[in-house]
Design a protein around this ligand. Sequence first.
Ligand code: ATP
Ligand code: MG
Length: 389
Amino acid sequence: MNKIFLLKLGELVLKGLNRKNFEDVLVKNLKRKLEPCGAFKIYAAQSIIYVEPDGTADMDEALELCKKTFGISAIAFAAAVDKDKDAILAAAKQLPEFLTARSFKVETKRADKQFPMTSIELSQYVGGELAEAFPDVTVDVHNPELTVKVEIRAENAYLYAEMQRQGIKAGGGLPVGTSGRAVALLSGGIDSPVALWMMARRGLRIIPVHFLSPPYTSELARQKVMDIAKILLPWCEKITVAMVRFTKIQEEIRRSCPERLFTVISRRFMTRIAAQIAEQNGAGSIITGESLGQVASQTQDSLAVTGAVTDLPVLRPLIGMDKVEIVEFARRINTFDVSALPYEDCCTVFTPRHPKTKPRLDEVIEAEAALDIDALVAEALAGAEHVHI
Ligand code: ATP
Ligand code: MG
């Protein structure tokens, strides 16, 4: 008896004609991802992705990686057994769920119409024998705690248990890549990793950009961002972080612009650089971890002034969330502990004492006139380092 995973599609099941494309992307993502765990046969059939080890494979590691895959809502284990009613029954008797469930039913799907029994006949046979073998577990065809699912397919029969309130949860959402690409502004803070994760879940391939300001920011701050990217890697399938040196831009702003506008002007530079990186990579939007009113640079006016430097949509998935909710989320995706480490961010180093909460676009443009914007942006882009995680 051979164990396999059955991955249930999340929202993909709602897709119409192009569902096949979504499934293909998901299968491709899984093939790449599971390669280090051994050889697998991975294919989609009837709203389920089958992950079948082909020889020896590290199934524990493979499970962990499947859990961190977008496009999948839940994972079940199944046994591949011979297409024979008694082999199926023998495997069903070994299901550990029979030790805890109080009621059950058997449900058969028969893709292979050559199989000598109908779905109902097989369910009745296996169900009847199981009822005798487990007299304490009653048969309940309407609302059972345990559903023994049998699928008769071309190569094998597959058997798995579905408990009413259980099952291993996976990421949900859409397969990474099916929504295109986006550039994410990734700081070392708590918010932006959550924002990045949320948008990867919507099927975006993410290109993170981090701004650092050596020597004001340390090597530890850089390492922190790398560590966050590593935690996010399985969810994102592939990550190349663009590390952009921001020191000169910040020094120039400090030298030439009013202190109260410092943060909003910095943000505009970040956005301009992100927009260019988006263009270089065929990305269609910019993601930030901003949440309305959290700080001076996240008021409606500040967001408007910042967003004005690009035509790309700026996606702010945390915009309506409370900090406590964001923190909870960060704990769930495991980025919180690293984010909470105290190393300086380039923004904290240059934070004005009294940032303007209602900047006006005209005054900001006037202040920026003192800077050679294009040259500063070009120089920062030229010096960017692209790190594959
Ligand atoms: P976070 O926890 O994400 O750092 P924050 O509450 O500290 O957010 P800000 O520092 O105002 O908020 O930053 C707002 C957003 O700007 C961040 O969520 C992030 O998307 C972007 N950002 C800020 N600093 C950087 C940076 N050094 N590199 C890249 N993006 C940044
Ligand atoms: Mg920050």
